[in-house]
Design a protein around this ligand. Structure first.
Ligand code: UD1
Ligand code: CA
Length: 466
């Protein structure tokens, strides 16, 4: 049997008031159209056809990796016209054709499967709903018994009696492929909008004696389209709530599911706690017992068991070891690899550096392109000067080193195991293991020095500066 999937994505999206094609606006970090492709991928089609129009170049580039076929609809003369453009690209051997919308992103694989199963290559199946306000939707007209669907009438073409119908068409259907081709060929545009309505095929099916079924969507969220920034934000919150619920069902403790944002995947061990206002992007993994404080951003990062990420920390492309402590206000950039029990404190930035077990950089520091040994104590205000304007160089700090405050390690440089670097040092050469190295001007006191004074002013006080 098998099926085709057609995704309509040619519309303009005027109300978004955006340069970006509507279907490429992002929901939980993925394009609207990508959500639909992903849901459709759960019921693999023999052929997936995306109908593009507005912003076609951008839309086609965005879906190029998915293996679907793109056909262009220029100009856009309605949903029926859109499917007419797709028809030549359909696989005629696929008995059923599923039609979805690129701007209705929260449809689930289960619903797509339900439409396909109900169609079975023999029936025309419409996904319907009964929203609180049916305004703007095509109404599902049934016979007197309410058993049989007779037609869909668009709002603008409906009689007052038809407008009073509560059941509407969601825009998603499954149709027998061969019959669909015949019906499409007969569509006209003699209606209020001078458009070729896909929905006119319903009355054609009835006339042909093809059974038409309406199945009600289980969760109306699945059928909500995005036409405005308000609707996009509304769907974002609904989707975030779905994701938050799934995590909480798995035992993750979210301080507030309404203040949680996941734009990718989040895998959590047991007893994970996440405070308010956190954003997770890409692929994030949190081990058992990890606690994430308020307002943290974690992107493509792994945090091992028992580690704690304190408030306002920003982690990207990082790996954090067991029982480590990060933040508050820490920044881990790509290639930051923290071993077990490492501490990285406030206003510390780490990039492309490895900190071995128990190393600490607790305050106001920068570590870039560095290899830091076990139990190192890296003082406040110290930095690796890793970039000479053309090349990046490594700094290697051995086990048990103490780097004082406000040091500059000018890479490439090696600090030997157990060495101590005096505060305020600028280190340009190897510092030998086990010894104290200081590289700063010696402190001097100038005897009898007098601070300059203005004539007529009492001297000695620190007043009048600036
Ligand atoms: C359509 C249905 C209506 C249904 C509603 C659900 C028709 C005639 N009407 O309304 O019964 O209640 O969806 O939202 O089908 N598109 C194209 N090319 C076009 C026109 C539209 O690709 O020429 C795409 C849009 O990008 C969108 C989808 O088709 O993804 C639906 O278009 P839209 O204009 O939102 O729907 P309506 O025609 O108003
Ligand atoms: Ca329209």
């Amino acid at each position: 049997m098998g099926h085709n999937t057609v995704i309509l994505a040619a519309g303009r999206g005027t109300r978004m008031k955006s340069q970006r094609p509507k279907v490429l606006h992002r929901l939980a970090g993925r394009a609207l159209l990508q959500h639909v492709l992903d849901a459709a991928a759960g019921v693999p089609a023999l052929r997936t056809v995306v109908v593009t129009g507005h912003g076609a170049d951008e839309v086609e580039a965005a879906v190029a990796a998915s293996g679907c076929v793109c056909v262009r609809q220029m100009p856009q003369l309605g949903t029926g016209h859109a499917v007419q453009q797709a028809a030549p690209a359909l696989d005629p051997a696929a008995a059923t054709t599923l039609i979805l919308n690129g701007d209705v992103p929260l449809v689930t694989t289960a619903t797509a499967r339900a439409l396909l199963d109900a169609c079975g290559g023999e029936r025309l199946v419409l996904l319907t709903m009964t929203p609180a306000d049916p305004h703007g939707y095509g109404r599902v007209v049934r016979d007197a018994t309410g058993e049989r669907v007779l037609a869909i009438v668009e709002e603008k073409d409906a009689t007052p009696a038809q407008r009073a119908i509560g059941e509407v068409y969601t825009g998603m259907m499954a149709a027998p492929t061969a019959a669909l081709g015949r019906w499409l060929a007969r569509l006209g545009n003699d209606n209020a909008q001078r458009e070729y309505y896909l929905t006119d095929i319903v009355a054609m099916a009835v006339a042909d004696g093809v059974p038409v079924a309406g199945i009600a969507v289980v969760d109306e969220t699945e059928a909500l389209g995005v036409n405005s920034p308000q609707q996009l934000a509304d769907l974002e919150r609904r989707l975030q709530r779905r994701q938050a619920d799934a995590l909480m069902t798995a035992g993750v403790r979210l301080a507030d599911p309404a203040r949680f944002d996941l734009r990718g995947t989040l895998e959590c061990g047991a007893d994970v706690e996440i405070d308010v206002g956190c954003v997770f992007e890409g692929r994030v993994v949190l081990g058992d017992g990890v606690r994430v404080g308020p307002h943290c951003v974690l992107r493509d990062t792994t945090v091992a068991a028992g580690a704690r990420i304190d408030a306002f920390s920003h982690l990207e492309g990082a790996s954090v070891g067991t029982e480590a402590r990060v933040g508050p206000y820490a920044r881990l950039r790509p290639g930051a690899v923290l071993g077990d029990e490492v501490h990285v404190g406030n206003f510390v930035e780490v990039k492309n550096s490895t900190l071995a077990r128990g190393a600490k950089a607790n305050h106001l520091a920068y570590l870039g392109d560095a290899t830091v040994g076990e139990r190192v104590n890296y003082g406040a205000g110290s930095i690796t000067a890793n970039y000479d304007g053309a090349f990046k160089h490594r700094t290697v700090i051995g086990d048990d080193v103490h780097i004082g405050s406000n040091c500059v390690l000018i890479a490439p440089v090696v600090v030997g195991e157990g060495a101590t670097i005096g505060g305020g040092s600028t280190i340009v050469r190897q510092a030998p293991a086990g010894q104290l190295t200081i590289a700063r001007a010696k402190q001097v006191t100038i005897a009898g020095w007098q601070r300059p004074r203005r004539p007529g002013k009492p001297g000695g006080s620190a007043s009048g500066g600036g």
